[in-house]
Design a protein. Sequence first.
Length: 127
Amino acid sequence: MEAGLSKDGSPWWTYRTHSIEFKRQVVQEFLSGETLHGLAKRHELPRNLIRIWVQKYEAGSFDEDVAAADTMQTYEARIAALERLVGRQALEIEFLKGALKSAPRPRSGTTSVITGPAVSPSLKDAG
């Protein structure tokens, strides 16, 4: 393994995101006595990043991150549900457009969705 590269050959400084659970696990391993160097090497993380996580953990900001992650997950689920609904409605619109095109046109009188068929004279007007 070359210097500056991880086990898979990618640079160690590649931007990665880590879950709150993973961050807590690393912090708890550090607080239980594992060395910073050992943790950094095993998880392929910069030592300074682990220090930042420990500071955030001790300040309680991981709890805020968990709440924010839960809120984000709720929003993502709602967005996915709305996207499915929009997809179904788009399919329904296309189906109805096709049905309208293939529907037979009425041959008698003028009709309109707004006005309807022509008005026929009533018996009262005839007399």
